[in-house]
Design a protein around this ligand. Sequence first.
Ligand SMILES: [Zn+2]
Length: 80
Amino acid sequence: MKNEGIKRGLAAAAKVFTSKSREYHVNNAKLVCPCCGSTEFEHRRVLLNTTVATLVNLDWANSNASAMICDNCSHIKALR
Ligand SMILES: [Zn+2]
């Protein structure tokens, strides 16, 4: 089944991509978690009316908003 192989490959690639955490820089300054001081974050796109958008109170956000999620304590830092 050729298609099954492709699906498995895509699923594996997606998993690697979404579980990847690393250091980020914003305005030439390293992003640091205000709660625990960790510099490793997971970057996620934030869409309006999602659970994450509600949690971080992104009333001002548009569809281009991003959320940086601390790899250590899961603190959510919103970016524009
Ligand atoms: Zn943290």
